[in-house]
Design a protein around this ligand. Sequence first.
Ligand SMILES: [Zn+2]
Length: 283
Amino acid sequence: MIKLGFHVSIAGSLPLAVSRAEENGCDTFQIFTRSPRVWAAKPIEPAVAKAFKDALTVSGIGPVVDHMPYLPNPAAEKPEIYARSIFTMTEELDRCDQLKIPYLVTHLGHHGKEDGHKKGQEKVIAAIGQALDESEGETMILLENTANEKNTVGGTFTDVGVIADALSNEKRIGFCFDTCHAAAAGYDLKGHGAETVFGWFNDEAGRLDRLKVIHLNDMKGGVGSHLDRHEHLGLGYLGEETIRDVLTFPKISHCAFIMETPSDEIRTDKDNMAVARRLAVSS
Ligand SMILES: [Zn+2]
């Protein structure tokens, strides 16, 4: 059986994320360990970290995935934003170590006009390398593909691969594949199928055994739209058949499948989970 889950809220306190995940029938889940919309993070009290780890052990859920907050940009042109981004990534790795979270997902940022793409890429490599060097523990950084919006770094599989290859600490670098982002970037999962598109990922980004997390999202935009807007499973461009194709592709069955589907009146998380469970059983 593959592992399915959601991005869940930590509102109230970190341990509450575990009960929310349980309520929605998750085998795995993703969180922000702090507010994703501000730079500053309150330290995690040791008692809170212990309560989180205890709740997790009791629940039997795992792995937990942490997602980097929104403000950091590891390709930033402005030196102060770049420095803060490295600080935040290091801090987030330390928080993962404190909570015993094995994976930290990060986007690869946006380069500035003056810097251009190549310099942006070099900055990302240096930023991640420094954060790994300066952090405690063994948490792996997962490089996530993006919708390849303007000035993006990490918008193509090749781009993700160049960054992964340049980072020597291979046991702490893996990948997160977002289905919405891939198709929005132009990799037509619906047209070509999972075997072909993940084959490209394997050849251009890195081996599929280093792929640890799938962000399982349908999409509001179409192929090559560069639109990072997620949709409920089966209700977007990808549709149920493509979601099924991804869920049943054997070479990625070791991954944690995390849904980042919208919160609205159309569908609850429980309903998306029911759809995912139904599609995960190959027909
Ligand atoms: Zn992401």
